[in-house]
Design a binder for this molecule. Structure first.
Ligand code: GLY
Length: 386
């Protein structure tokens, strides 16, 4: 589709651009990086880069722990992207000199009560049935790995290949990488697709994609907390912990600098108000699982909006009837983990015009006539793009 190394982009000369990326979150920035590195003239448009869902996200890279019933195609994409993360993180750090908090200790999934454990075990059995690496642990094995877990925790399992990265380090690193590769930045909001002029426009605008494209992307609110271990020390646990605690589903993500991210609610709302009830539920579940959190500083309570879609899967590829406009949005709960595969596959599509087979289940036109029920798990293998 688009090939060849061209002169450096000038944002004032939009008509000569190869690619306009709308949205400077991790997905948009990574696409800009990959396209620029392949010699294309790229401009990224965003009035407030990095201010969307990634600004609050925890950064779990969890294709195994987040493999849910009925989402097999999405799980395949998550696994494909997670497999790219080690090389992606290394290349990004090498290119920019910026550490991004990529950690590989793995994820512990735990159940506080007998009921919690029964619920968790159903999901682990499903995940194991897909052949995913989930290793059940006895309570003694759990506490050997994480002595800080509450004695009440009834059981758990290890997902050793589920890792983490810090999105607040990732976004500036991606911006630096994209800039060094030659991408230009236009600090303005895009309200209509006609505001940008390029041979290909990539809409990576998260929830904002709905107004720009008419795609069914809706905000899904998440409230999330940040705590800090007292005394400037690292938290007393190393794994990402995903817990079921008296029916609440929470995750706890430890950072080397003492921060712990504790999240998150999942609410069909479009406001970003932080509510006392949500903070109370998150803290109660977190402290029930890891009692030492009661002594931590509570440093931030914030809400963000995930870009949700009708089937919880991203929307990747050309808009129906608009081969010059590619969607890269709707990543919902998985924007960080899906960043490498989205960037690689969209850049390939821009350059070659040929969609990778992995994209077939996620194309935008699956929602045309959606009342009859399309979606990643209902799309025929090997479907071609029109
Ligand atoms: N992936 C974690 C969340 O969306 O809360």
């Amino acid at each position: 589709m688009l090939t060849g190394r061209s002169p450096a982009p000038r944002s004032s000369d939009r008509a000569r651009l190869d690619v306009a990326v709308v949205g400077a979150g991790p997905v948009g920035l990574a696409i800009a990086w990959r396209c620029s590195a392949r010699g294309l003239r790229v401009a990224v448009h965003d009035a407030a880069p990095g201010s969307g869902a990634s600004a609050v996200a925890a950064g779990m890279l969890s294709p195994v722990a987040e493999a849910y019933f009925g989402e097999r195609r999405l799980t395949e994409l998550l696994l494909a992207s997670a497999a790219r993360w080690p090389a992606f993180a290394a290349e990004l750090t090498e290119t920019t000199g910026v550490a991004i908090g990529y950690r590989t200790e793995g994820t512990l999934m735990v159940g506080l009560t007998g009921d919690d454990l029964a619920e968790a075990r159903r999901l682990w059995a499903y995940q194991q049935g897909l052949g995913l690496p989930v290793t059940p642990l006895l309570p003694s094995g759990l506490r050997d790995r994480e002595p800080a877990l509450a004695p009440r925790v009834r059981g758990g399992a290890l997902a050793p290949t589920d890792h983490q990265v810090d999105p607040r380090l990732l976004v500036p690193a991606l911006r630096t990488a994209a800039q060094r590769a030659g991408a230009a930045f236009v600090p303005q909001a895009v309200r209509h697709l006609s505001d940008v002029e390029a041979r290909v426009t990539v809409v990576a605008a998260g929830c904002g994609a709905a107004a720009l494209t008419g795609l069914p992307v809706r905000p899904v609110k998440g409230q999330i907390l940040r705590l800090r271990a007292p005394g400037g020390v690292a938290p007393g646990f190393r794994h990402v912990i995903r817990g079921y605690a008296d029916g609440e589903h929470v995750y706890l993500v430890p950072r080397a600098d003492g921060e712990v991210v504790l999240g998150a609610t999942v609410e069909e709302r479009s406001d970003t108000t932080v509510t006392a009830g949500a903070v109370q539920r998150l803290l109660r579940a977190g402290v029930d699982l890891l009692p030492e959190l009661a002594e931590y500083d509570l440093v931030e309570a914030v809400a963000g909006l995930r870009p949700g879609t009708p089937d919880n899967a991203p929307i990747l590829g050309p808009l129906p009837g608009r081969p010059d406009v590619l969607a890269a949005t709707g990543h919902h709960r998985h924007g960080i983990v899906l960043t490498p595969v989205t960037a690689d596959l969209i850049a390939d599509l821009v350059v070659t015009g040929v969609p990778d087979p992995l994209l077939a289940a996620f194309r935008p036109d699956r929602f045309v006539g959606a009342a009859t029920g399309g979606g990643p798990d209902r799309t025929m293998e090997g479907d071609q793009w029109s």
